[in-house]
Design a protein around this ligand. Structure first.
Ligand code: HGY
Ligand code: MN
Ligand code: MN
Ligand code: MN
Length: 406
């Protein structure tokens, strides 16, 4: 039996088999599909066992309340969905730690003087419908409800249809001022997704900021044709053009200090071995230290890919799918976190290139994050990891902070 099966991280052990992806490795847990539904049921059962009252909001986010819901509640949580073939910690560590912190406070006989909720956001990774932090964007009005309803998954199912199947009213998707008004502040504990804490030799850190980031769809159009009958010189092959575009994306990122740009997903249409494609959708993820630098990067990428695809006689259209400006976390909460963790230089504050629901919420309510060291420095991959002792240090810090805020 793994050491996770005991004590504070038993929650991670309980869900360790849910949504394993034999083909990709790691986990594939996508909104309202089998594993996500199992995780929602698991969370509900776990929270109810702790004496919390669980409800689903109009956008599919799960809330587990200690005390009467809101107003001015202390809210903590993360997400249970994953990227395709993701790790075990990105998201679930924050949910399990929140439940564990509440369990400790309850067991110690502590009585909160304001409400507390553990919040599980829907579709943080955007793996099914393409928009990261979908649940928090819907809650806060960060995405237009009409546009959200029309989002489609890989099987052509709309978000409206999927929401209906999940028991929600699609007409009620979108900004939820009542739910939002209940949140006094939001705290998300998360596994670190880079090497910051490895380099510092520390188990936990407070987050200082999140890079500006967004997603764009590059649609490269050529001429679909027969792989055997079409001479090499007669082709307008959008997959070759997309390959040049992907290299151009890398070159532009290298030209912009601190920038990161990635094409991690290609859809080749129609996608047959003996078919020259007619079009290719390439999804661009671009991030940089400031809003202006990110906009500048994407403008440069648009120009470079426009040029690159002409070599193969193709064209490209660029559409913005989502955008999050630079996030600076709440200075008062960050200060409290640092005090709880021992104060001053002992407590690193780290910027991150990864996006989070806490970053979306930060535009509406005071928000902060706590990172737990990831000794592999790898995330969005099965190699993502956290040592039990470091997770316990994270839970200790979260529980102390919650106690000080309640
Ligand atoms: O993609 C991100 O930055 C986050 O991990 N969802
Ligand atoms: Mn992630
Ligand atoms: Mn995450
Ligand atoms: Mn044929």
């Amino acid at each position: 039996m793994s050491e996770l099966a005991h004590g504070t991280l038993a929650g991670l052990a309980e869900i360790a088999d849910t949504g394993r992806d034999a083909r990709r490795g790691g986990y594939s847990r996508h909104l309202w599909q089998g594993p996500d539904l199992e995780l929602r049921a698991w969370f509900t059962e776990r929270a109810e066992r702790l004496g919390l009252g669980v409800e689903t909001d109009r956008n599919g986010n799960l809330w587990a309340w200690w005390g009467e819901p809101g107003p001015d509640a202390v809210v903590t949580g993360s997400h249970l969905d994953s990227v395709p073939g993701g790790g075990a910690y990105d998201g679930p560590l924050g949910v399990v730690s929140a439940l564990e912190a509440v369990a400790r406070l309850r067991a110690s006989g502590f009585t909160p003087s304001r409400p507390l909720a553990v919040l599980v956001f829907a579709e943080e990774e955007g793996s099914r419908f393409g928009i990261a932090c979908l649940g928090s964007r819907l809650l806060t009005g960060g995405i237009d409800a009409g546009r959200a309803r029309a989002l489609v998954d890989a099987d052509g199912v709309t978000l409206a249809e999927a929401a209906h199947r999940a028991g929600l009213d699609p007409a009620h998707l979108g900004v939820d001022r009542e739910a939002l008004a209940r949140i006094g502040l939001f705290i998300e504990l998360h596994v670190e997704q880079g090497r910051g804490l490895i380099d510092l030799g520390r188990p936990v850190a407070v987050a200082s900021s999140i890079l500006a980031h967004g997603r764009w769809r590059l649609t490269v159009t050529g001429q679909g044709n027969h792989a055997g009958a079409t001479l090499m010189g007669d082709r307008r092959d959008p997959l070759l053009a997309a390959a040049r575009a992907v290299v151009a994306v890398q070159d532009e990122a290298l030209n912009h200090p601190g920038a990161r740009a990635t094409v991690g997903r290609l859809e080749v249409v129609p996608g047959g071995t003996n078919v020259i494609a007619s079009s290719v959708h390439a999804w661009l993820d671009a991030r940089a230290p400031t809003d202006a630098a990110t906009r500048d990067l994407v403008t440069a990428i648009e120009a470079a890919v426009g040029e690159a695809v002409t070599v193969n006689g193709c064209s490209v259209a660029v559409t913005e799918e989502s955008w999050t400006g630079t996030v600076t976390f709440d200075a008062v909460l960050v200060g409290r976190f640092r005090a709880v963790l021992g104060g001053g230089a002992l407590v690193p504050a780290l910027p991150t290139g990864a996006g989070h629901d806490a970053g979306v919420l930060a535009a509406s309510v005071p928000s902060a994050m706590l990172f737990v060291r990831n000794p592999t420095g790898v995330s969005h991959s099965p190699e993502e990891f956290a040592e039990v002792d470091d997770c316990v240090a994270g839970i200790d810090a979260l529980a102390s902070l919650l106690r000080s805020l309640l």
